[in-house]
Design a protein around this ligand. Structure first.
Ligand code: R2B
Ligand code: URA
Length: 312
């Protein structure tokens, strides 16, 4: 299994390889990626995935399928009436689609769900001997002090105490990992948004929580032990710490991508301003149109990288 960093050799740029750091994998005859329903003995990973250069991950299987259809059109790879088969057919844990060099994978909600997916995705990319891969999480979030529909490109993913770290318990002990993301990639994505000039985009910190309700200071969960004033004070503290949006996967995503030497970004649209409320009361159409924005932004970035001209 290829491992190690290979970005620069004797001062020359070379292909960026994906790093897995697990000696046990070398002695395994076969690797079953159980939650993808794929395995090295049954699938030819280099043939199936070797050309992947971009991976987009997002919560919902439906959204990742629609992203694949969208990106196929944008890259000029769409075939009339084409159906994109779910590569993970046979399991309903995650869904995966591919068009050209772009792989789209769903990850469900929350840190445990995306972490399982990422372990298997990183091994998949390694087994396939992919190099120079960029991974982007496209998703939704609650904004702080932003007009709903604003897209936030994450500078740092921070925890509920506003610290840029992800704590993993390994063998009962706390292991703290960095949640640093690729600053250049974040700037490139912001530049893409300027070029599109279709919606507002900002770079800011993203708070990653373990829960949607109490974990995000909502007043509308089944339980709540704090006041509206307590909530507002907490959100104001978060804003002062540079937090512009709140979601539930970015910290482990950033940590695992950094550990595996994957260039990574988080691009989430804000569905509401949390200083003004907690309930998602906008119409289905409005929420749906907001959710297209990270897709459009990342689509533009991929086209730019592949040198494909903007459609008129
Ligand atoms: C954003 O939206 C989901 C909760 O509704 C969660 O997966 C997230 O990060
Ligand atoms: N997703 C979240 O995690 N929080 C929100 O407020 C909206 C979407």
């Amino acid at each position: 299994m290829p491992s190690g960093f290979a970005d620069e050799k004797n001062g020359e740029r070379c292909e960026r390889s994906i790093c897995v750091n697990n000696p046990h994998l070398d002695s395994m005859k076969e690797d079953i990626l159980y939650h993808f329903n794929l395995g090295t003995a049954t699938h030819d990973f280099p043939a199936k995935f070797g050309d992947v250069k971009f991976v987009c991950v997002g919560g919902s299987p439906w959204r990742m399928k629609s992203f694949t259809e969208y990106i196929a059109g944008e890259l000029g790879l769409a075939v009339p009436n084409a159906e994109y088969p779910n590569i993970c057919e046979g399991t309903d844990r995650y869904a995966m689609y591919k068009v050209g060099p772009v792989l789209s994978v769903s990850h469900g909600m929350g840190i445990p769900s995306i972490a399982i997916m990422l372990h298997e995705l990183i091994k998949l990319l390694c087994h396939a001997r992919c190099t120079d891969v960029t991974v982007v999480r496209i998703g939704t979030s609650g904004g702080i002090g932003l007009q709903p529909g604003t897209v936030v490109v994450t500078k740092q993913s921070v925890d509920a105490a506003f610290l840029p770290r992800f704590e993993q318990i390994v063998l009962g002990k706390s292991v703290v990992r960095s949640t640093e993301l690729d600053g250049d990639l974040a700037e490139e994505l912001l530049q893409c948004s300027r070029e599109l000039s279709e919606f507002q985009t900002v770079i800011g910190n993203t708070m990653c929580t373990l829960d949607f309700y109490e974990g995000q200071a909502r007043l509308d969960g089944a339980f709540c032990s704090y006041t509206e004033e307590d909530k507002q004070n907490y959100l104001a503290e978060a804003y002062a710490a540079g937090v512009r949006n709140i979601e539930m996967e970015s910290s482990v995503f950033a940590a695992m991508c950094k550990l595996s030497n994957l260039r990574a970004a988080v691009v989430c649209v804000t569905l509401l301003d949390r200083q003004k409320g907690d309930q998602l009361s906008s119409s289905h159409d409005v929420l749906h149109s907001y959710q297209q924005r990270p897709q459009v932004l990342v689509g533009h970035y991929i086209k730019k990288k592949l040198n494909i001209a903007k459609k008129s």
